[in-house]
Design a protein around this ligand. Sequence first.
Ligand code: IPE
Ligand code: MG
Length: 249
Amino acid sequence: MAYQTYEKRLLKEVQEGPIPKHIAIIMDGNRRFARELGIEPTDGHLKGKDKLEEVTDWCLEVGVKILTVFAFSTENLKRKTQEIDKLMALFTENFRRAGDDERAHKHGIRVRALGQRNLLPKEVQDAIAYAEEKTKDYDNYFFNIAVAYGSREEILRAIKNIADDVKNGNLNSDDIDEKVFSSYLYTADLPDPDLVLRTSGEERVSNFLLWQLAYSELYFADIYWPGFRKVEFLRAIRSYQKRQRRFGT
Ligand code: IPE
Ligand code: MG
């Protein structure tokens, strides 16, 4: 099939260039995808979850070390109870599964959740704790799932913690620089994303990693998340490789 030949060629081309170390993804368009297919909107989330499994495989295949995905924002908490319940059940099941995933143990993938987990039901919090505990000693790859996450909240939380540390004498205000500030974010020990990718055709950052994406390449794919194909993923990396990153110099 012509499509598969194209995919293989693209993969080879991409593998010859520099691979982004950290990719962040805003997975958007699950419900619109479902509506187009004539299935229940919430079943779109199920398809979105399957897509994420595939994308983690693609990341391993090309050698992306850190993957951070936006799974659920603090704004998403305002959605209808029925949809939230389905999403929470999906998170519970899949954080548990991530903790037991043979890929995590084979490749050394550390799984973590970023966000206000106290806003999530107890089952989800327990499942997160399970996945984090089971993978805490790994550092070959990092898989971060942003749930109940909002970037402004993350920044405010960092500011409050910094203020507390200054007040308690643990931190000198003259020592607060970008590195110190970064260390107070949920992404503390991780490098900033090289590439931020959003699906569904919306060209917005929507309160995701605002501090961290200061120098990231942004890539918008005009396709709903569950329909995201490997060629699109590879094209995003190729586009990152083609653009020269200058950091303002
Ligand atoms: C992304 O898809 C998944 C979540 C935000 C939970 P959406 O649910 O935003 O689907 P659309 O964008 O309404 O199609
Ligand atoms: Mg959306």
